[in-house]
Design a protein around this ligand. Structure first.
Ligand code: PLP
Length: 230
């Protein structure tokens, strides 16, 4: 086994263990492998070990990689900040976007999504712990943005994404993720009829995936524990 395939195995075991502790079925949490800064060969190795969903932060870097790996049936997720001048690239190359934090970006992605591709699957990024320097829509504005995004014709609203500040310990991590889960449930109830596929709570990374699973994450985004330290 290669290092990457060993690491992937280890991360899958962490997810299963966390699910068992939380009395959740292990298939209720999926793994997004965050391959930012790593080359196409690392992604090929992860694919050979069974991983098909990959997350990228930097649009330009990602497009090169996506193009180089077109022979593989991979699903690419944009998880980084998106500026207006990059929306056309994102709309053309990704299957998912987790980092929608304003209507203008969502509108452009919908307008620019190529007609030969299925709708772009999107999550709203929420600034759940109020970090002042962070991107993400404030919790109080999530519902309004969700209703607007759900109405865009070429987007499919799938859920919420959060990146909390590093917390002191496990209990503090769970507390923040639990706030995200409560918000997710209330948005799901409110926009349900408009967004029938609202099923994804994207939270948890290498350092805090156990806490995220305990609080209700459905998709953890893991880079370091799979590919190594960047
Ligand atoms: C880099 C990154 C990750 C992965 O973080 P690790 O700590 O390496 O697991 C997850 N989500 C986002 C948004 C990131 O930028």
């Amino acid at each position: 086994m290669t290092t990457i395939s060993n690491n992937l195995q280890g991360v899958r075991e962490r997810i299963v263990t966390a699910c068992t502790r939380a009395l959740r079925p292990s298939h209720s949490v999926d793994l997004l492998a965050v391959s930012k800064t790593w080359g196409p060969e690392a992604v090929r190795e992860a694919f050979a070990a069974g991983q098909t969903r990959f997350g990228e932060n930097y649009i330009q870097e990602a497009v090169g990689k996506i193009t180089a790996l077109q022979d593989l049936p991979l699903e690419w997720h944009c998880i980084g900040p998106i500026q207006s001048n990059k929306t056309a690239l994102v709309a053309a190359h990704f299957a998912w976007v987790h980092s929608i934090d304003r209507l203008k970006i969502a509108q452009r992605l919908s307008d620019q999504r190529p007609t030969d591709l299925p709708p772009l699957q999107v999550c709203l990024q929420v600034n759940v712990d109020g970090g002042v320097t962070k991107s993400g829509v404030p919790p109080a504005q999530v519902l309004a943005l969700a209703a607007q995004v759900a109405a865009l014709p070429r987007l499919c609203l799938r859920g919420l994404m959060v990146i909390p500040e590093p917390a002191a310990d496990y209990a503090a991590q769970v507390a923040v993720f639990a706030q995200a889960k409560a918000l997710f449930d209330s948005v799901a109830a409110a926009v349900g009829p408009m967004a029938p596929h609202f099923d994804t709570l994207s939270m948890g990374m290498t350092a805090d995936l156990e806490a995220a699973v305990a609080a209700g994450s459905t998709l953890v985004r893991v880079g370091t524990a799979i590919f190594g330290v960047r």
